[in-house]
Design a protein around this ligand. Structure first.
Ligand code: GLU
Length: 409
C-alpha cells in the first residue's frame, strides 16, 4: 500500500476515461523536482540529531508550487510525492492559480521540546531556501505542523532574504500575516460541500450519526461544525484512542478532556473501541481526518456509513474506492473535501503580497465562491460521465492542468 502507487492509479483511471493527452500524463507521472536534505539540529541536552527532510515540487503548470509540510515519524519520499501530486490536483479542483508541492520531516514532533521544534523548523527553511519563496513554492501546515511553526519559518526566510517576505508560507498566526478563517478552512470547506450534497435529500441532522477519525485541526473543527448543526457525533478518534457513545458525545466535555490530558483516552462519557470497530461503526457519515490508507480492501466491506468525507489526504486506497462505490457509499474525495485549507492559504498569500488584509466575512464569502463551483463542476462531471466523485474531481482538475500545459507547447 504505497500512497504514490495509489495516486498514480487514480491518475491513470481518470486519464483513460477522458482520453487525456499522453504528453500530459507523462508530465504528471513524475514530480518536476525532488529536494532532500539532512537537517542537523542541536538538541537541548547538547547532542546533535540529524533529521531527514523533503520537498517535492510536483507540478507548476498553473502557478507556484503549493502544499504543506508534514512532521511525522512515518514520512517517506513516496508519501511526500503522493501528497504533492494530490496538491496539484487539489489546487486545480478549486481553480486557484497554483501548482502542487509537499514537504516533510521524519520526526516525532511530540518528542521534541519547543526550542528543539523551533530549531528544526528553521533548519528546514535554511535547507530548502533556494527552492521556496512567494513566487516559487509556498509551504503551509500539514499533519503536526502549526501556525507557530509557520511563523518561525516565515521569520527564518525573511532573515535570510534580508527583508520581510512572509508570503513564503501560509497558515501563519493572525498576528504575523495569517489570514482570518485559515485555521477552520479545511473543515469549513468540507462542511460546505457536504451540506450542499445533502441539500436535496431527506437527511435530518438530528437523526444522522457521525464518526470522525482524527482530532487535529481538520477533525476537531469538523466535529464542532456538525455538532452546531445538530448532527450526532457518536465517535471520535485521535492517535491514542477511539471513543464511542451511541447516544452522542458531549463535545464540550471532549474538548475539555483533550485539553487537560492531551488525548481522547480515558474520556469518561464514552467507551473505548478498537480502530477496526471504529471504521465499521453503524454510522451515517464517516469522516477520516487523520492519515492515508485507513480504508483498504481488507476493511472496506465492513464500512456501514453512507457518506465518507475525506478530510485527510489519501485515506482510501483505490481498491477500497471500488468496493465502496459498488456498495453505494458516497465518497467526497480529499482533493475536494479538504481543499478549503489550501484555498484560504491562497487567500493568505494574496493578502501577504498585496499587504492588504480581509475581514472574516470576505474570507468566508470567497471560500464559498471557490468551494461551491468546484462541487458543481464535479457533480456535473460525475453525472455526465457516470463516475464517482473522485474520478470526476480528477477529470475536472486534469482538464485544467492540461490546458495550462498545452498553452505553452
Ligand atoms: N496541508 C494542507 C493540504 O493538504 C494545506 C496545504 C496548503 O494550505 O497549502 O491541503
Amino acid at each position: 500500500m504505497n500512497a504514490y502507487d495509489n495516486a498514480l492509479r487514480q491518475l491513470e483511471k481518470a486519464a483513460k476515461l477522458m482520453d487525456l493527452d499522453p504528453e500530459v500524463v507523462a508530465r504528471l507521472s513524475a514530480p518536476e523536482k525532488i529536494v532532500m536534505a539532512s537537517l542537523p539540529v542541536r538538541m537541548d541536552d547538547g547532542h546533535l540529531e540529524v533529521f531527514q527532510g523533503y520537498r517535492v515540487q510536483y507540478n507548476s503548470a498553473r502557478g507556484p508550487y503549493k502544499g504543506g509540510i508534514r512532521f511525522h515519524p512515518q514520512v517517506d519520499l513516496d508519501e511526500v510525492k503522493a501528497l504533492a501530486f494530490w496538491m496539484s490536483i487539489k489546487t486545480a479542483v478549486v481553480d486557484i492559480p497554483m501548482g502542487g508541492g509537499k514537504g516533510g520531516v521524519v520526526v516525532d514532533p511530540k518528542s521534541l521540546s519547543k526550542t528543539e521544534l523551533e530549531r528544526l523548523s528553521r533548519a528546514w527553511v535554511r535547507a530548502f531556501r533556494q527552492v521556496i519563496g512567494p513566487e516559487k513554492d509556498v509551504p503551509a501546515p500539514d499533519v503536526y505542523t502549526t501556525p507557530q511553526i509557520m511563523a518561525w519559518m516565515a521569520d527564518e526566510f525573511s532573515t535570510l532574504e534580508g527583508k520581510p517576505s512572509i508570503g513564503v508560507v501560509t497558515g501563519k498566526p493572525l498576528d504575523y500575516g495569517g489570514s482570518k478563517g485559515r485555521g477552520a478552512a479545511t473543515a469549513t470547506g468540507g462542511f460546505y460541500v457536504f451540506m450542499k450534497l445533502i441539500e436535496d435529500t431527506d437527511i435530518k441532522p438530528n437523526k444522522t450519526k457521525v464518526a470522525i477519525q482524527g482530532f487535529g485541526n481538520a477533525g476537531s473543527i469538523m466535529a464542532e461544525l456538525l455538532d452546531n448543526e445538530k448532527f450526532i457525533i457518536v465517535a471520535l478518534a485521535d492517535s491514542k484512542a477511539h471513543i464511542y457513545n451511541d447516544k452522542g458525545l458531549d463535545l464540550e466535555k471532549v474538548f475539555a478532556h483533550k485539553e487537560s490530558t492531551g488525548s481522547l483516552a480515558g474520556f469518561s462519557g464514552a467507551k473505548e473501541i478498537s480502530k477496526e470497530e471504529f471504521l465499521a461503526l453503524d454510522v451515517d457519515v464517516l469522516v477520516p481526518a487523520a492519515l492515508e490508507n485507513q480504508i483498504t480492501k481488507d476493511n472496506a466491506e465492513d464500512v456501514k456509513a453512507k457518506f465518507v468525507v475525506e478530510l485527510a489526504n489519501g485515506p482510501l486506497t483505490p481498491e477500497a474506492d471500488e468496493i465502496l462505490y459498488k456498495k453505494g457509499v458516497v465518497v467526497i474525495p480529499d482533493v475536494l473535501a479538504n481543499a478549503g485549507g489550501v484555498t484560504v492559504s491562497y487567500f493568505e498569500w494574496l493578502q501577504n503580497i498585496s499587504n492588504n488584509y480581509w475581514t472574516e466575512e470576505e474570507v468566508d464569502k470567497e471560500l464559498r465562491e471557490k468551494m461551491i463551483p468546484a462541487w458543481e463542476a464535479i457533480y456535473q462531471m460525475s453525472k455526465d460521465k457516470k463516475v464517482d466523485f473522485r474520478t470526476a474531481s480528477f477529470m475536472v482538475a486534469l482538464h485544467r492542468i492540461a490546458k495550462a500545459i498545452q498553452a505553452k507547447v
